[in-house]
Design a protein around this ligand. Structure first.
Ligand SMILES: [Zn+2]
Length: 414
């Protein structure tokens, strides 16, 4: 059994407590400092590559959710997992996490650093590391699932935990939706998600309105490789020239391939770009390309634009929960140019959009963060997708669990 325990003891003689009575000062959930089970899970979170190769991670997560008393559905949109807990009639709240890791050699020097290697979808053996904090997301989600199950008397409604595959390619949320996710779960009233970031471990960043950028990920085939190199090398100019300065945008080329041998001039070159399609067309026309580029959109993701009212309510609940610690604990979330397909879970096909809140929690070791802040070198700290990205477990895991638990109970109380 988990060492997590919730000390909240709502009045059992009055189980029909009115929703409006469930406010944070009354719901006193405390999480003891020891939560070894989730820390251990974090340390060996079975990193696995995306492109739907997360079977082991998915089965570990599914078994944990089942052992906690959740109804679990597997293999939705690949290895997607959904855990559901129905606890009397009430609102339905969805909390998202991700399963996949990255093809990187971990260089953190930690005793529990990943040594996993896995054959990727193209047949190459790659080192695998949870360099985006998805191990922390999973541990936080299961910790919150455990906690909320233990305080079932304090809330009523339905909890849904979608754990999506293939987040790094921004394909997993859509894959789950295409696999009839919204027919398999009750329609949520609120969709919620969080992400670990390199701010001070234990902090929680919230912000109403837009917090993340958009992305169009394109697989491109053009003629020939010289033009591909030319286009890729002009990416930064393209950002400056083509993209509205108010529009958060990052352009990345994560794959460029052309030819088979040094002595053979290739007929075409393939590359993937996260960039608006019209820019590729324009560059090929300007270079007098004999053939039009073949462009396939592999992922498309709108920006994350947090619901104002729900985010304000969440932030107020956090302030109430943390009391005197709130000013140093709760920080403003900065606008980030990356994208997250979490946003798609707030747009069920054929239904009106569901209000959503997406927030960050800090994971960078506090001493390192404080030192860098003093020296003005915060930008040099290892960040997500860096092989030296280290997460300070305890305050981060606590913030991850508390954020999910607080936001859930707050929205059940609406
Ligand atoms: Zn990532």
């Amino acid at each position: 059994m988990s060492n997590l325990s919730a000390l909240s003891q709502p009045n059992k003689s009055n189980e029909q407590t009115k929703l409006s009575d469930l406010t944070w000062p009354r719901l006193d959930i405390q999480i003891p400092l020891s939560f070894d089970k989730w820390r251990d899970l974090f340390k060996k979170a079975f990193p696995a590559l995306d492109k739907y190769r997360e079977s082991r991670t998915a089965s570990v997560v599914a078994r944990h959710l089942e052992s906690l008393g959740y109804h679990v559905q597997r293999k939705i949109g690949g290895h997607g997992v959904v855990g559901i807990l129905t606890n009397r009639e009430g609102k339905t709240v969805s909390l998202r996490s991700e399963l996949d890791a990255l093809p990187m050699e971990e260089d953190t020097g930690l005793t529990y650093a990943s040594k996993v290697r896995q054959v990727d979808a193209d047949g190459y053996t790659k080192p695998v590391m949870h360099a985006c904090g998805h191990d922390m997301h999973i541990a936080s989600l299961l910790g919150a699932a455990d906690l909320l199950h233990k305080v079932k008397n304090a809330w009523f409604g339905t909890l849904i935990y979608p754990l999506q595959p293939c987040k790094e390619r921004l394909l997993g949320a859509q894959a789950m939706i295409d696999d009839a996710l919204f027919d398999k779960i009750p329609l949520p009233d609120f969709v919620l998600g969080q992400h670990a970031v390199p701010t001070r471990a234990g902090s929680i960043g919230t912000q109403p309105g837009q917090v993340l950028g958009f992305l169009d990920s394109l697989a491109v085939r053009i003629d020939p490789i010289l033009m591909a190199r030319c286009i890729v090398s002009r990416l930064q100019m393209i950002v400056a020239r083509e993209i509205d300065f108010k529009e958060p945008c990052a352009v990345t080329c994560s794959y460029l391939h052309g030819g088979t041998d040094a002595s053979i001039i290739p007929e075409f070159a393939d590359f993937t770009l996260d960039i608006p399609k019209r820019i590729i067309d324009g560059e090929c026309r300007a270079a007098n390309s004999p053939k039009s580029p073949r462009i396939v959109t592999s992922a498309s993701c709108p920006p994350i634009d947090n619901d104002e009212e729900a985010t304000t309510r969440f932030t107020r609940a956090l302030r109430s929960f943390y009391g005197d610690d709130a000013p140093k604990k709760i920080i403003e979330m900065n606008l980030d140019i990356t994208a997250d397909d979490f946003v798609l879970l707030g747009h069920p096909p054929g239904q009106k959009p569901i209000p959503y809140v997406y927030w960050n929690y800090g994971v960078t070791p506090r001493d390192e963060y404080d030192q860098a802040e003093k020296e003005g070198t915060l930008r040099d700290l290892p960040f997500d997708h860096n092989p030296r990205f280290v997460l300070e477990i305890e305050p981060s895991l606590r913030a991850g669990i508390e954020g999910l638990a607080i936001v859930s109970v707050e929205f059940f109380g609406l």
